[in-house]
Design a protein around this ligand. Structure first.
Ligand code: PMM
Length: 317
């Protein structure tokens, strides 16, 4: 891989104590929390076909402007993706994904904005890290590309491992569970164990139950009702509920038509509040302000009650 030299250089810089490394890679590492609230990852899909914002941010300039807006609204990290993962979506070529994502990462990182790359491809992840991304968000949990583990290990990059059972064009046929919570937790811990066995630092791992990925609405609600059990498993948790179909179904009009994605933000903020209450490490949302406002409400209530926040990172040690 052409960028491996750069990745190794980054890796060498990042050697040293955890505290040094946290300083080097910035604060958006799983062992650091935002303090009293979860980190907020703002969604920036540079794709023509994502289910909620597809087609709106296709040019680099427009995408960068949107990224800056998300940051101004309180996103801690901008999560940049170039391949839609909506149910039924087909794949784009690696070259196309690179062409969509890398210029946007380069520009936003150059402006001092923390970016993660939402990709299942190791080459795209490597190029994004070289361009200044601070984390890899891999919806396949490392399953789609066996070389992803080498890239994140060499870069010393945080790696979000989402629960995944197969590609988007087939995943809904894989939404079969006898006990969704136990099985998703078990499959996630398998991904974590495999990453650890390959030499990835435990403190760089984040898990995500993958709402809507090989899960129907009932599965999603069941997972949300037991989010605390995912947090209790001890690996920081990121949650991506934003504008997803199960919220649209819940908010359907009298004729049963699901509420459109852009009108699901209040429900998304409600999920973010629930996530914060149980100690989730980060949320991934389109409407950053709604979740930040929800966290502010929770913060005031906790202050009034004298209750410490539940924050879901791991300690430096
Ligand atoms: N969902 C989508 C894309 N990337 N990444 C993580 N870690 N978790 C998610 O739930 C997730 C994701 C699909 O939603 P989008 O089309 O709005 O990006």
């Amino acid at each position: 891989m052409g960028s491996s030299g750069a990745i190794l250089a980054v890796s060498e810089q990042r050697a040293g104590s955890l505290a040094d490394r946290a300083r080097t890679v910035g604060p958006f590492t799983p062992w650091v929390t935002a303090g009293t609230r979860p980190w907020v990852f703002g969604v920036l899909n540079v794709t023509p076909d994502s289910f909620s914002d597809g087609g709106r941010f296709e040019t680099v300039a427009v995408a960068v402007e949107r990224g800056m807006q998300l940051a101004a609204e309180g996103a801690d990290v901008i999560d940049i993706g170039g391949e839609s993962t909506r149910p039924g979506a087909g794949r784009v070529s690696e070259a196309q994904e690179m062409a969509r994502v890398i210029p946007v990462v380069t520009e936003l990182a150059g402006r001092g904005v923390a970016c993660s790359v939402d990709t299942t491809r190791s080459a795209v992840a490597a190029a994004a890290l070289t361009a200044g991304a601070v984390a890899v968000n891999d919806v396949s949990g490392g399953l789609a590309d066996p070389e992803m583990v080498d890239v994140v290990r060499a870069a010393g990059s945080p790696w979000i491992l989402m629960h995944w059972r197969g590609p988007s064009d087939r995943m809904q046929s894989m939404a079969r569970y006898t006990d969704v919570v136990t099985q998703v937790r078990h499959e996630l811990s398998g991904r974590v164990d495999e990453a650890l066995a390959a030499g990835v630092d435990r403190r760089l791992l984040v898990v995500d139950p993958g709402l809507g990925f090989a899960k129907n609405a009932t599965h999603n609600w069941t997972v949300l009702s037991t989010l605390d059990s995912f947090v209790a498993d001890g690996v920081p948790v990121l949650l991506g509920a934003s504008r997803k179909g199960f919220l649209g179904e819940m908010l359907a009009g009298p004729d049963g038509t699901p509420r459109p994605p852009e009108q699901r933000d209040a429900a998304t903020a409600a999920v973010s509040l629930l996530a914060a209450q149980v100690g989730v490490w980060a949320v991934r949302v389109h409407d950053v302000r709604g979740s930040r406002d929800a966290f502010a409400v929770l913060q005031r209530i906790r202050e009034a009650a004298g209750t410490p926040p539940a924050v879901g990172g791991v300690s430096d040690g």
